[in-house]
Design a protein around this ligand. Structure first.
Ligand code: NAD
Ligand code: MG
Length: 382
């Protein structure tokens, strides 16, 4: 039995993860679930999955939750410390890291420190502190399994050869709702337009990241650390249908891809069942229907965020933490109609260029810069 803690269980990845666990009652059980503020959904999930712990990280909600809201077998914990406690508990085998943003770092770190299997959806943790997380994992024996669909595809395709036989990897990107738009058109984008993704249903932050293509920038950085590649070994191609989830090109020129309908349940399940595969709730490709798959190069001019991702992947050090923090605040400001869509990559570049770069930072350095970059981005004006 794989005893699982789902950090961020009320989100898009978190709820898909519970669907996967619920369809494997003989192999998987839920030990802990966590949410920032949606405690009603957390209570409902507790009624279905009977976890040992449910964590509400917003402490101010303690007084609004009535006695009896959660089943008596579930202990309710409050605050971010509760997330760490659950992630590190000896009775938890696997931690699914599905909190959004750098807020996911603490729980992920705690799980890696304890040498657990970590199914990692929270790419921001790897963008902020990739080298430190990978070092810690190799010390503790923690196994990091990608949930991000592109990285799951790469992880699956890598099994067709040896590490030293890889020439490069190719990450696919849907292109988001604004594929083919000009810079002028992008100047007029509304929050509603940015939140309408053509192929994936996801939380608001990653949906905006997909529209700016910052998501792919973060994924280039994620892949750099997760797979130990050079930035120049990572390519991006636009694939609007989101069926081909990324490829590995080997030294002989052979390219191995992974395909499936755009649904996160498959990469989540693979991270939970690896090295095995099982039947499950993921949809299948219908081969009786005609289908066209297309690939095209990205438009770097209209989507400058992508280039920023490559620069940060090359620099390493403190650059990832600064880019990530600036982007999180910029996206929040955009969603509050306090910043234009096209200003998101601009403010990220400005804050990145202002920061005091350090090539081998400690975790404390990274957290300090995260805070600094948030303040800078909050007060930035175009
Ligand atoms: P979401 O917004 O739908 O859910 C976020 C979850 O994190 C919720 O459970 C929320 O309660 C919790 N949370 C938010 N802020 C928190 C905080 N400060 N402290 C503690 N908990 C907090 O997000 P999502 O779309 O599920 O994405 C989660 C992560 O997975 C992100 O890192 C995203 O980049 C990554 N990811 C998502 C998808 C997808 O299809 N949604 C695909 C690939 C990768
Ligand atoms: Mg992805």
């Amino acid at each position: 039995m794989n005893r699982i803690a789902v950090l961020g269980s009320t989100g898009s990845v978190g709820t898909s993860c519970l669907d996967v666990i619920g369809s494997h009652p003989d192999r998987m059980s839920v030990m802990g679930i966590t949410a920032q503020s949606r405690w009603e959904l957390l209570a409902q999930q507790s009624g279905t999955f009977h976890p040992r712990w449910a964590v509400v990280s917003d402490e101010s909600l303690r007084s609004s939750i009535g006695a009896g809201a959660f089943p008596s077998r579930t202990e309710v914990l409050f605050g971010a410390d509760g997330i760490e406690k659950v992630a590190a508990d000896a009775d938890v085998d696997t931690v699914v890291s599905a909190i959004v943003g750098a807020a996911g770092l603490r729980g992920t770190w705690a799980a890696v420190e304890e040498g657990k299997r970590v199914a990692i959806a929270n790419k921001e943790t790897l963008v902020v502190a990739g080298p430190l997380v990978m070092q810690l994992a190799s010390k503790t024996g923690a196994k990091l399994l990608p949930v991000d669909s592109e990285h799951s595809a790469i992880f699956q395709a890598l099994q067709a050869g040896e590490g030293h036989e890889v020439r490069r990897i190719v990450l696919t990107a849907s292109g988001g709702p604004f594929r083919g738009w000009s810079k002028e058109q992008l100047g007029q984008v509304t929050t509603e337009q940015a939140l309408a993704h053509p192929t994936w249903e996801m939380g608001p932050k990653i949906t905006v990241d997909s529209a700016t293509m910052m998501n792919k920038a973060l994924e280039v950085i994620e892949a750099r650390w997760l797979f130990g590649l050079e930035a120049d070994q990572i390519e991006v191609v636009i694939h609007p249908q989101s069926i081909l989830h990324s490829f590995v090109e080997f030294v002989d020129g052979s390219v191995i891809a992974q395909m499936s309908p755009p649904d996160m349940k498959l990469p989540i399940q693979y991270a939970l069942t690896w090295p095995n595969r099982t039947d499950g709730p993921s949809p299948r490709i219908d081969w009786s229907q005609a289908m066209s798959l297309s690939l095209e190069p990205p438009d770097h001019d209209a989507f400058p965020a992508l280039q920023l991702g490559y620069e940060v992947a090359r620099q390493g050090g403190t650059a990832g933490a600064v880019l990530n923090a600036a982007n999180e605040v910029a996206v929040a400001r955009f969603l509050n109609s306090d910043l234009r869509f096209i200003d998101i990559p601009r403010v990220c570049r400005a804050v990145l260029e202002q920061h005091e770069f350090e090539p081998t930072p400690s975790l404390t350095d990274l957290l300090r810069l995260d805070e600094w970059a948030r303040k800078e981005t909050q007060s930035w004006t175009s």
